[in-house]
Design a protein around this ligand. Structure first.
Ligand code: PMP
Length: 407
Protein backbone atom coordinates (compact mmCIF):
# COMPACT_ATOMS: atom_id res chain seq x y z
CA UNK A 1 0.00 0.00 0.00
CA UNK A 2 1.37 3.43 -0.90
CA UNK A 3 1.79 6.01 1.82
CA UNK A 4 -1.18 8.25 2.59
CA UNK A 5 -0.57 11.48 0.59
CA UNK A 6 -1.12 13.83 3.52
CA UNK A 7 1.04 16.69 2.19
CA UNK A 8 -0.75 16.72 -1.13
CA UNK A 9 -4.13 16.55 0.56
CA UNK A 10 -3.32 19.46 2.87
CA UNK A 11 -2.11 21.50 -0.08
CA UNK A 12 -5.45 20.86 -1.79
CA UNK A 13 -7.31 22.68 1.02
CA UNK A 14 -6.26 26.34 0.81
CA UNK A 15 -8.05 27.40 3.99
CA UNK A 16 -5.72 25.25 6.09
CA UNK A 17 -2.65 27.30 5.17
CA UNK A 18 -3.46 30.23 7.42
CA UNK A 19 -2.67 31.47 10.86
CA UNK A 20 -5.30 32.05 13.51
CA UNK A 21 -4.27 34.28 16.40
CA UNK A 22 -0.70 34.07 15.17
CA UNK A 23 -0.65 30.25 15.20
CA UNK A 24 -1.04 27.78 12.34
CA UNK A 25 -4.72 26.83 12.06
CA UNK A 26 -5.52 23.40 13.47
CA UNK A 27 -9.01 22.63 12.22
CA UNK A 28 -10.65 19.96 14.37
CA UNK A 29 -14.31 20.78 13.79
CA UNK A 30 -14.96 18.48 10.88
CA UNK A 31 -18.03 16.82 12.37
CA UNK A 32 -19.75 20.21 12.24
CA UNK A 33 -18.57 20.94 8.72
CA UNK A 34 -15.54 20.00 6.67
CA UNK A 35 -13.34 22.36 4.65
CA UNK A 36 -13.36 22.40 0.85
CA UNK A 37 -10.61 21.31 -1.55
CA UNK A 38 -9.64 23.39 -4.58
CA UNK A 39 -11.42 20.80 -6.71
CA UNK A 40 -14.73 21.92 -5.18
CA UNK A 41 -13.97 25.65 -5.03
CA UNK A 42 -12.81 25.67 -8.66
CA UNK A 43 -15.74 23.59 -9.85
CA UNK A 44 -18.20 26.07 -8.32
CA UNK A 45 -16.38 29.05 -9.82
CA UNK A 46 -16.01 27.42 -13.25
CA UNK A 47 -19.65 26.36 -13.28
CA UNK A 48 -20.78 29.93 -12.56
CA UNK A 49 -18.27 31.30 -15.08
CA UNK A 50 -19.19 28.99 -17.97
CA UNK A 51 -22.25 26.78 -17.58
CA UNK A 52 -24.78 28.34 -15.21
CA UNK A 53 -28.47 28.64 -16.10
CA UNK A 54 -31.66 27.29 -14.61
CA UNK A 55 -32.15 23.61 -15.33
CA UNK A 56 -34.75 21.31 -16.91
CA UNK A 57 -37.18 22.37 -19.64
CA UNK A 58 -34.59 24.65 -21.18
CA UNK A 59 -33.93 24.69 -24.90
CA UNK A 60 -30.91 26.98 -24.81
CA UNK A 61 -27.35 25.75 -24.63
CA UNK A 62 -26.48 26.92 -21.13
CA UNK A 63 -29.70 25.48 -19.77
CA UNK A 64 -28.90 22.15 -21.37
CA UNK A 65 -25.32 22.19 -20.09
CA UNK A 66 -26.37 23.05 -16.56
CA UNK A 67 -29.05 20.34 -16.63
CA UNK A 68 -26.54 17.78 -17.84
CA UNK A 69 -24.13 18.66 -15.04
CA UNK A 70 -26.85 18.59 -12.39
CA UNK A 71 -28.05 15.18 -13.56
CA UNK A 72 -24.48 13.91 -13.84
CA UNK A 73 -24.06 14.92 -10.18
CA UNK A 74 -27.06 12.76 -9.32
CA UNK A 75 -25.37 9.83 -11.04
CA UNK A 76 -22.17 10.51 -9.04
CA UNK A 77 -24.20 10.36 -5.81
CA UNK A 78 -25.89 7.16 -6.99
CA UNK A 79 -22.52 5.53 -7.52
CA UNK A 80 -21.20 6.90 -4.22
CA UNK A 81 -24.02 5.20 -2.29
CA UNK A 82 -24.27 2.30 -4.74
CA UNK A 83 -27.98 2.86 -5.18
CA UNK A 84 -29.58 0.72 -7.86
CA UNK A 85 -31.17 3.54 -9.84
CA UNK A 86 -30.61 7.25 -10.30
CA UNK A 87 -34.33 7.83 -9.63
CA UNK A 88 -33.63 6.81 -6.03
CA UNK A 89 -31.48 9.89 -5.39
CA UNK A 90 -33.36 13.02 -4.31
CA UNK A 91 -31.35 16.22 -3.96
CA UNK A 92 -32.18 18.05 -0.74
CA UNK A 93 -30.63 20.80 1.36
CA UNK A 94 -28.96 18.29 3.66
CA UNK A 95 -29.62 15.55 6.18
CA UNK A 96 -32.14 17.63 8.10
CA UNK A 97 -34.26 18.25 5.04
CA UNK A 98 -33.99 14.61 3.94
CA UNK A 99 -35.32 13.38 7.29
CA UNK A 100 -38.11 15.96 7.31
CA UNK A 101 -39.05 14.89 3.79
CA UNK A 102 -39.43 11.25 4.88
CA UNK A 103 -41.23 12.22 8.09
CA UNK A 104 -43.73 14.44 6.30
CA UNK A 105 -44.23 12.47 3.10
CA UNK A 106 -43.78 8.81 4.09
CA UNK A 107 -44.68 9.36 7.73
CA UNK A 108 -47.79 11.33 7.12
CA UNK A 109 -49.19 8.83 4.65
CA UNK A 110 -48.15 5.65 6.47
CA UNK A 111 -48.55 6.33 10.19
CA UNK A 112 -51.70 6.20 12.26
CA UNK A 113 -52.54 6.41 15.93
CA UNK A 114 -50.69 3.83 18.02
CA UNK A 115 -48.01 3.10 15.39
CA UNK A 116 -44.46 3.38 16.65
CA UNK A 117 -41.26 4.98 15.42
CA UNK A 118 -38.08 3.67 17.01
CA UNK A 119 -35.00 5.86 17.29
CA UNK A 120 -31.95 5.60 19.57
CA UNK A 121 -30.76 7.64 22.53
CA UNK A 122 -27.76 8.94 20.56
CA UNK A 123 -29.64 10.71 17.77
CA UNK A 124 -28.95 14.23 16.57
CA UNK A 125 -31.92 16.57 17.05
CA UNK A 126 -32.59 16.36 13.32
CA UNK A 127 -33.35 12.66 13.75
CA UNK A 128 -35.61 13.32 16.75
CA UNK A 129 -37.66 16.46 16.17
CA UNK A 130 -39.06 15.59 12.69
CA UNK A 131 -40.42 12.35 14.21
CA UNK A 132 -41.90 14.20 17.16
CA UNK A 133 -43.67 16.50 14.71
CA UNK A 134 -45.14 13.64 12.70
CA UNK A 135 -46.12 11.83 15.91
CA UNK A 136 -48.07 14.94 16.99
CA UNK A 137 -49.75 15.02 13.59
CA UNK A 138 -50.66 11.32 13.36
CA UNK A 139 -50.89 10.02 16.92
CA UNK A 140 -47.91 7.71 16.38
CA UNK A 141 -45.60 7.14 19.35
CA UNK A 142 -41.85 7.74 19.53
CA UNK A 143 -39.80 5.00 21.24
CA UNK A 144 -36.13 5.36 22.17
CA UNK A 145 -33.62 2.50 22.35
CA UNK A 146 -31.12 3.06 25.19
CA UNK A 147 -27.32 3.28 25.11
CA UNK A 148 -24.71 2.26 27.70
CA UNK A 149 -22.07 4.38 29.41
CA UNK A 150 -19.61 3.78 26.55
CA UNK A 151 -22.15 5.28 24.17
CA UNK A 152 -22.98 1.95 22.55
CA UNK A 153 -26.51 1.01 21.57
CA UNK A 154 -27.96 -1.78 23.73
CA UNK A 155 -28.86 -4.25 21.01
CA UNK A 156 -31.09 -6.50 23.10
CA UNK A 157 -33.10 -3.55 24.34
CA UNK A 158 -33.32 -2.28 20.76
CA UNK A 159 -34.68 -5.62 19.61
CA UNK A 160 -37.16 -5.79 22.49
CA UNK A 161 -38.57 -2.43 21.45
CA UNK A 162 -39.37 -3.73 17.97
CA UNK A 163 -42.98 -4.90 17.78
CA UNK A 164 -45.67 -5.31 15.18
CA UNK A 165 -46.54 -1.66 15.87
CA UNK A 166 -43.07 -0.45 14.83
CA UNK A 167 -43.47 1.11 11.39
CA UNK A 168 -40.16 2.90 11.10
CA UNK A 169 -36.70 2.75 12.64
CA UNK A 170 -34.58 5.89 12.29
CA UNK A 171 -31.01 5.44 13.41
CA UNK A 172 -27.73 7.23 13.01
CA UNK A 173 -24.93 5.40 11.24
CA UNK A 174 -22.35 7.31 13.28
CA UNK A 175 -23.04 9.55 16.28
CA UNK A 176 -21.83 13.13 16.00
CA UNK A 177 -21.64 13.60 19.77
CA UNK A 178 -19.95 10.29 20.71
CA UNK A 179 -18.36 8.93 17.54
CA UNK A 180 -20.13 5.58 17.97
CA UNK A 181 -20.54 3.65 14.74
CA UNK A 182 -23.73 1.61 14.93
CA UNK A 183 -24.03 -1.91 13.47
CA UNK A 184 -26.64 -0.62 11.06
CA UNK A 185 -26.71 -3.74 8.92
CA UNK A 186 -27.81 -5.79 11.93
CA UNK A 187 -30.29 -3.15 13.04
CA UNK A 188 -31.81 -3.07 9.56
CA UNK A 189 -32.17 -6.86 9.52
CA UNK A 190 -33.84 -6.81 12.95
CA UNK A 191 -36.20 -4.01 11.92
CA UNK A 192 -37.12 -5.68 8.64
CA UNK A 193 -37.84 -8.94 10.49
CA UNK A 194 -40.55 -6.96 12.29
CA UNK A 195 -41.85 -5.39 9.09
CA UNK A 196 -40.51 -1.88 9.84
CA UNK A 197 -38.87 0.41 7.32
CA UNK A 198 -35.44 1.86 8.17
CA UNK A 199 -34.00 5.32 7.67
CA UNK A 200 -30.26 5.71 8.29
CA UNK A 201 -28.87 9.14 9.16
CA UNK A 202 -25.55 9.06 7.34
CA UNK A 203 -24.47 12.65 8.03
CA UNK A 204 -21.37 11.60 9.97
CA UNK A 205 -20.73 8.25 8.32
CA UNK A 206 -20.48 9.26 4.69
CA UNK A 207 -17.19 11.23 4.98
CA UNK A 208 -15.50 8.37 6.83
CA UNK A 209 -16.92 5.03 5.65
CA UNK A 210 -17.72 3.51 2.29
CA UNK A 211 -21.52 3.23 2.20
CA UNK A 212 -23.40 0.73 0.06
CA UNK A 213 -27.14 1.15 0.46
CA UNK A 214 -27.88 -2.10 -1.37
CA UNK A 215 -25.57 -4.11 0.86
CA UNK A 216 -27.00 -2.40 3.95
CA UNK A 217 -30.54 -3.01 2.75
CA UNK A 218 -31.85 0.25 4.23
CA UNK A 219 -35.00 1.91 2.90
CA UNK A 220 -33.79 5.50 3.23
CA UNK A 221 -30.30 6.96 3.66
CA UNK A 222 -29.63 10.66 4.26
CA UNK A 223 -26.45 12.74 4.10
CA UNK A 224 -25.20 16.34 3.80
CA UNK A 225 -22.71 17.57 1.22
CA UNK A 226 -20.93 20.00 3.51
CA UNK A 227 -19.61 17.28 5.84
CA UNK A 228 -18.09 15.37 2.95
CA UNK A 229 -15.96 18.32 1.78
CA UNK A 230 -18.70 19.64 -0.51
CA UNK A 231 -20.76 22.87 -0.51
CA UNK A 232 -23.44 23.79 2.01
CA UNK A 233 -27.08 23.76 0.95
CA UNK A 234 -26.93 20.40 -0.79
CA UNK A 235 -27.31 16.80 0.30
CA UNK A 236 -29.10 13.71 -0.80
CA UNK A 237 -31.82 11.34 0.26
CA UNK A 238 -31.63 7.80 -1.04
CA UNK A 239 -35.03 6.11 -1.04
CA UNK A 240 -36.00 2.73 -2.40
CA UNK A 241 -37.69 3.25 -5.74
CA UNK A 242 -40.99 1.57 -4.81
CA UNK A 243 -41.25 3.63 -1.64
CA UNK A 244 -40.52 6.94 -3.36
CA UNK A 245 -43.03 6.12 -6.08
CA UNK A 246 -45.77 5.50 -3.52
CA UNK A 247 -44.97 8.58 -1.42
CA UNK A 248 -46.89 11.84 -1.91
CA UNK A 249 -45.00 15.08 -2.56
CA UNK A 250 -44.22 17.14 0.51
CA UNK A 251 -43.73 20.52 -1.16
CA UNK A 252 -45.54 21.81 -4.21
CA UNK A 253 -44.30 24.12 -6.93
CA UNK A 254 -42.41 24.10 -10.18
CA UNK A 255 -40.26 21.13 -11.25
CA UNK A 256 -42.33 18.57 -9.36
CA UNK A 257 -45.33 18.38 -11.69
CA UNK A 258 -46.29 16.76 -14.97
CA UNK A 259 -49.44 18.78 -15.66
CA UNK A 260 -51.27 21.46 -13.71
CA UNK A 261 -54.82 22.69 -14.07
CA UNK A 262 -56.85 24.50 -11.43
CA UNK A 263 -58.84 21.32 -10.93
CA UNK A 264 -56.07 18.75 -10.75
CA UNK A 265 -52.31 18.42 -10.76
CA UNK A 266 -50.39 15.35 -11.85
CA UNK A 267 -47.03 14.95 -10.20
CA UNK A 268 -43.73 14.10 -11.81
CA UNK A 269 -42.04 10.79 -11.08
CA UNK A 270 -39.36 10.52 -8.41
CA UNK A 271 -36.93 12.07 -7.81
CA UNK A 272 -38.45 15.24 -9.34
CA UNK A 273 -41.67 14.83 -7.38
CA UNK A 274 -39.61 15.75 -4.30
CA UNK A 275 -37.58 18.59 -5.82
CA UNK A 276 -40.03 21.49 -5.96
CA UNK A 277 -38.59 24.81 -7.11
CA UNK A 278 -35.19 25.74 -8.48
CA UNK A 279 -32.73 23.45 -6.73
CA UNK A 280 -29.18 24.13 -5.52
CA UNK A 281 -27.72 23.59 -8.98
CA UNK A 282 -24.12 24.70 -8.56
CA UNK A 283 -23.99 23.08 -5.14
CA UNK A 284 -25.02 19.72 -6.60
CA UNK A 285 -22.26 20.04 -9.18
CA UNK A 286 -19.86 20.99 -6.37
CA UNK A 287 -20.97 17.99 -4.33
CA UNK A 288 -20.11 15.71 -7.24
CA UNK A 289 -16.64 17.29 -7.34
CA UNK A 290 -16.25 16.64 -3.60
CA UNK A 291 -17.28 13.01 -3.96
CA UNK A 292 -14.88 12.55 -6.86
CA UNK A 293 -12.10 14.12 -4.80
CA UNK A 294 -12.78 11.80 -1.86
CA UNK A 295 -12.94 8.81 -4.18
CA UNK A 296 -9.64 9.88 -5.72
CA UNK A 297 -7.98 9.51 -2.32
CA UNK A 298 -10.09 6.46 -1.47
CA UNK A 299 -12.46 6.10 1.46
CA UNK A 300 -10.56 3.08 2.76
CA UNK A 301 -7.32 5.05 2.90
CA UNK A 302 -9.12 7.97 4.56
CA UNK A 303 -10.75 5.64 7.11
CA UNK A 304 -7.40 4.04 7.94
CA UNK A 305 -5.75 7.45 8.38
CA UNK A 306 -8.55 8.71 10.63
CA UNK A 307 -8.52 5.47 12.62
CA UNK A 308 -4.87 6.04 13.37
CA UNK A 309 -5.63 9.63 14.43
CA UNK A 310 -8.45 8.74 16.80
CA UNK A 311 -6.44 5.92 18.38
CA UNK A 312 -3.48 8.21 18.87
CA UNK A 313 -5.66 11.04 20.20
CA UNK A 314 -7.44 8.67 22.60
CA UNK A 315 -4.10 7.40 23.96
CA UNK A 316 -2.67 10.87 24.36
CA UNK A 317 -5.85 12.25 25.95
CA UNK A 318 -5.10 10.01 28.94
CA UNK A 319 -2.13 12.30 29.70
CA UNK A 320 -4.36 15.31 30.30
CA UNK A 321 -5.18 15.66 34.02
CA UNK A 322 -8.91 15.54 34.77
CA UNK A 323 -9.96 14.76 31.21
CA UNK A 324 -12.86 12.35 30.78
CA UNK A 325 -13.86 11.00 27.40
CA UNK A 326 -17.56 10.99 26.57
CA UNK A 327 -18.04 8.17 24.11
CA UNK A 328 -15.75 5.17 24.29
CA UNK A 329 -17.53 2.72 22.00
CA UNK A 330 -15.45 -0.15 20.62
CA UNK A 331 -16.34 0.81 17.07
CA UNK A 332 -15.83 4.54 16.77
CA UNK A 333 -15.21 7.17 14.15
CA UNK A 334 -12.69 10.00 14.47
CA UNK A 335 -14.51 12.01 17.13
CA UNK A 336 -13.03 12.82 20.53
CA UNK A 337 -15.68 14.25 22.86
CA UNK A 338 -14.51 15.13 26.33
CA UNK A 339 -14.96 17.13 29.50
CA UNK A 340 -12.25 18.38 31.83
CA UNK A 341 -12.58 18.88 35.59
CA UNK A 342 -13.17 22.50 36.62
CA UNK A 343 -13.08 23.91 33.07
CA UNK A 344 -16.35 24.46 31.22
CA UNK A 345 -16.26 23.08 27.66
CA UNK A 346 -17.06 26.54 26.27
CA UNK A 347 -14.02 27.97 28.06
CA UNK A 348 -11.91 25.13 26.71
CA UNK A 349 -13.12 25.96 23.20
CA UNK A 350 -12.34 29.64 23.64
CA UNK A 351 -8.86 29.01 25.08
CA UNK A 352 -8.03 26.45 22.41
CA UNK A 353 -8.86 29.07 19.80
CA UNK A 354 -6.02 31.16 21.26
CA UNK A 355 -3.73 28.31 20.20
CA UNK A 356 -5.23 28.38 16.70
CA UNK A 357 -7.15 25.17 17.43
CA UNK A 358 -10.78 24.96 16.29
CA UNK A 359 -12.92 22.51 18.27
CA UNK A 360 -16.64 22.62 18.98
CA UNK A 361 -18.03 23.08 22.47
CA UNK A 362 -21.68 22.56 23.26
CA UNK A 363 -24.43 19.99 23.19
CA UNK A 364 -23.75 19.13 19.54
CA UNK A 365 -27.49 19.11 18.79
CA UNK A 366 -27.77 15.98 20.93
CA UNK A 367 -29.14 17.28 24.23
CA UNK A 368 -30.47 13.85 25.30
CA UNK A 369 -26.91 12.48 25.01
CA UNK A 370 -25.65 15.27 27.30
CA UNK A 371 -28.44 14.49 29.80
CA UNK A 372 -27.55 10.78 29.73
CA UNK A 373 -23.90 11.50 30.57
CA UNK A 374 -24.97 14.22 33.04
CA UNK A 375 -22.85 16.91 31.42
CA UNK A 376 -24.08 20.30 30.18
CA UNK A 377 -21.85 20.14 27.14
CA UNK A 378 -18.64 18.59 25.85
CA UNK A 379 -15.64 19.82 23.92
CA UNK A 380 -15.32 17.89 20.69
CA UNK A 381 -12.30 17.45 18.45
CA UNK A 382 -13.36 15.80 15.20
CA UNK A 383 -10.85 14.74 12.59
CA UNK A 384 -10.94 14.79 8.82
CA UNK A 385 -8.84 13.46 5.98
CA UNK A 386 -6.31 16.34 6.26
CA UNK A 387 -5.56 16.17 9.99
CA UNK A 388 -2.25 14.91 11.34
CA UNK A 389 -0.69 13.38 14.45
CA UNK A 390 1.23 16.66 14.90
CA UNK A 391 -2.13 18.42 15.23
CA UNK A 392 -3.16 15.91 17.88
CA UNK A 393 0.10 16.72 19.71
CA UNK A 394 -0.74 20.44 19.56
CA UNK A 395 -4.21 19.79 20.95
CA UNK A 396 -2.83 17.79 23.88
CA UNK A 397 -0.11 20.37 24.54
CA UNK A 398 -2.66 23.22 24.53
CA UNK A 399 -5.06 21.33 26.79
CA UNK A 400 -2.27 20.72 29.33
CA UNK A 401 -1.31 24.40 29.27
CA UNK A 402 -4.91 25.57 29.68
CA UNK A 403 -5.54 23.19 32.56
CA UNK A 404 -2.44 24.52 34.39
CA UNK A 405 -4.10 27.93 34.50
CA UNK A 406 -7.22 26.50 36.12
CA UNK A 407 -5.50 24.27 38.71
N1 PMP B 1 -27.31 13.97 11.84
C1 PMP B 1 -26.08 13.96 12.33
C2 PMP B 1 -25.55 12.73 12.98
C3 PMP B 1 -25.31 15.12 12.25
O1 PMP B 1 -24.07 15.14 12.74
C4 PMP B 1 -25.83 16.28 11.63
C5 PMP B 1 -25.03 17.57 11.53
N2 PMP B 1 -24.40 17.95 12.71
C6 PMP B 1 -27.12 16.22 11.11
C7 PMP B 1 -27.83 15.05 11.23
C8 PMP B 1 -27.76 17.40 10.44
O2 PMP B 1 -27.09 17.70 9.28
P1 PMP B 1 -27.38 19.08 8.51
O3 PMP B 1 -27.27 20.16 9.55
O4 PMP B 1 -26.31 19.14 7.49
O5 PMP B 1 -28.74 18.96 7.93
Amino acid sequence: MSAYPIDRIRADFPILAQQVRGKPLVYLDNAASAQKPNAVIDTLADFYRRDFANIHRSVHTLGERATARYEAARETVRQFLNAEAVEEIVFVRGTTEAINLVAQSWGHSNLKEGDEILITAMEHHSNIVPWQLVCQQTGAVLKVAPIDTHGELLLEAFERLLTARTKLVAVTHMSNALGTINPVERLIDMAHAHGAKVLVDGAQAVPHLAVDVQALGCDFYAFSGHKVYGPTGIGALYGRRGLLEAMPPWQGGGEMIRTVTFEKTEYADPPYKFEAGTPAIAEAVGLAAAIEYVQGIGLEAIAAHEHDLIQYATERAAEVPGLRLIGTARHKGAILSFVVDRVHPHDLGTFLDHYGIAVRAGHHCAMPVMDFFRVPATARASFGMYNTREEVDLLIYALKEIIKVFS
